[in-house]
Design a protein around this ligand. Sequence first.
Ligand SMILES: [Zn+2]
Length: 156
Amino acid sequence: MFFEDENQLYNIYLCKESYDQMISYCRNSNSYETGGVLIGNYSHNHKIANVLQITPPPKNSKYSKCSFHRASSGLKELLDTLWNQGIYYLGEWHYHPNSSAVPSYVDLKQMFALSNNTDLKCPEPILIIIGGNEKDWRISASIFSNGRYVCLELVK
Ligand SMILES: [Zn+2]
């Protein structure tokens, strides 16, 4: 799956395995929010972020029907190991059960906070949101950069 913005400054590639995994976590979350992090790399010209892996919610994450707070347990160790293999933290994903895939005000605030989090070393994090349900999955992808956010369009 490819997402682009109209100026084609930002492109996101989401591999099929990661998409399928997200959908299966959403399906099993039983109308509760769920989520995790996006992991992958960048193309040489930095124009394409390749999402190659996703994680389920880390232990101790808190979820309800309308909120998700991702815990960080075990994440730093995982990201440090991957960093040495040239694979990095790219951002976050979560599920809006039976709802639109548009980022909420809280989502925007959290993403801007993450972009300023020096531990993550990811100043331009991606947010992928899955909305809807089994009958009608929806998806959105946004990039947070320099205090702005750009919602990308699914092209294929
Ligand atoms: Zn949200």
